[in-house]
Design a protein around this ligand. Structure first.
Ligand code: KG4
Ligand code: ZN
Length: 343
């Protein structure tokens, strides 16, 4: 007897994520029940270069993807034949890295005779909160802050997003990484600055708050330059004070804009996603702001904030429900755009 495959609402999806420097696979049941989520980070491989080296990333994905997928299936306690669809990040990201995941996902979908679904990495991040808080009420404002992106999005319904603002230059995580690199603190910079800031004085240096009261777009390049100039001029500086003052400036802007957007659009909740969502001060201040404003604040766990494949499977489930499978000639696109209602 052959199993019936429900192509629009499959109950078990395999997700694959290889857009940057994490090789990840996950098995998710329905839109949000995570059965397994395996992440093999390349961060140690790239650390000696001070950033992600695209060619090295692609090669590491080729090496790690098969064992990572196998581990995700085993940890989920399922058989390969239980998988009803395969979702993979098709962009945006590093082209060589994306191609590894997309090619593997299409091959697996062909071999298993199940649908393939191409997922936008940014859309995947928008679903990370729902994996742990499926009952989140819409509309929600989502602040997506990573090494490559800084976006403020209003999710009105599944598949319906309004872009409220984005960075005009550096992403928030990029600013953390560049400031840390300049100060010789290593890579990635976010976690180091977060740790150092605990003992620093956030009021020690009055760094600028770029575009604070100027709409929902962001700009972090000038703030980064202000820190670099300060460090150049002050040989006797206290590193912890600089880290704390920089982090305070970034979070002031992020929280102010996210909070104002949630109020303006009558959002029921405010969520974080992306690697910078792991920042302790940002997490604490977001919850405080939500409590003060009487809305739901939701912070995905750190493993769901950073790149993972469970969010890819979740976005894949919704894409399949809304549009059905992607053709097998769908390619990887390093600049893949997310269609916003207002664009
Ligand atoms: O989402 P992610 O893992 O990868 C992409 O960029 O897609 O985000 C990585 C970024 C890096 O810039 C890193 O410095 C930043 O997230 N990050 C943090 C923290 N942990 C990671 N930034 C601030 N505070 C942290 N605790
Ligand atoms: Zn990401």
């Amino acid at each position: 007897m052959t199993a019936t495959i429900n192509t629009t609402n499959p109950s078990i999806l395999l997700g694959i994520e290889t857009s940057c420097d994490e090789t990840a696979a996950a098995v998710v049941a329905g839109p949000n029940k995570v059965l397994s989520s395996v992440i093999s980070s390349q961060v140690d491989i790239h650390a000696r270069y001070g950033g992600v080296v695209p060619e090295i990333a692609s090669r590491a994905h080729v090496e790690m993807l098969t064992p990572v997928v196998a581990q995700a299936v085993v940890e989920a306690g399922i058989k390969e034949s239980d998988i009803e669809a395969v979702a993979a990040t098709a962009g945006p990201g590093l082209i060589g890295a994306l191609l590894v995941g997309v090619s593997a996902a299409k091959s697996l979908a062909l071999v298993w005779d199940v649908p393939f679904v191409a997922v936008n990495h940014l859309e995947a991040h928008l679903y990370s909160s729902f994996l742990e808080e499926p009952e989140l009420e819409l509309p929600v404002v989502i602040l997506l802050v990573s090494g490559g992106h800084t976006l403020l999005v209003l999710m009105e319904a599944f598949g319906q997003y309004r872009l409220l603002g984005q960075t005009l230059d550096d992403a928030a995580g990029e600013a953390f990484d560049k400031v840390a690199r300049f100060m010789g603190l290593g890579y990635p910079g976010g976690p180091v600055i977060d740790r150092l800031a605990i003992t620093g004085n956030p009021e020690a240096v009055a760094f600028p708050r770029p575009m604070y009261d100027n709409g929902y777009n962001f700009s972090f390049s000038g703030l980064k330059t202000a820190v670099v100039n300060y460090v150049r001029k002050h040989a006797d500086l206290d590193v912890a004070d600089v880290a704390a003052s920089f982090q305070q400036a970034v979070t002031d802007v992020l929280i102010h804009k996210a909070r104002t957007a949630a109020q303006q659009y009558g959002a029921k909740g405010l969520c974080l996603s992306g690697g910078v969502a792991a920042n302790s001060l940002l997490r604490e201040r977001l919850l405080d702001a939500c409590t003060a404003d009487g809305i739901n604040g939701f912070l995905p766990s750190r493993s769901m904030c950073t790149d993972n494949a469970a969010m890819v499977a979740a976005a894949g489930w919704h894409r399949l429900a809304l549009e059905g499978p992607s053709p097998l000639d769908t390619g990887a696109d390093p600049n893949l755009a997310l269609p916003f209602l207002n664009n």
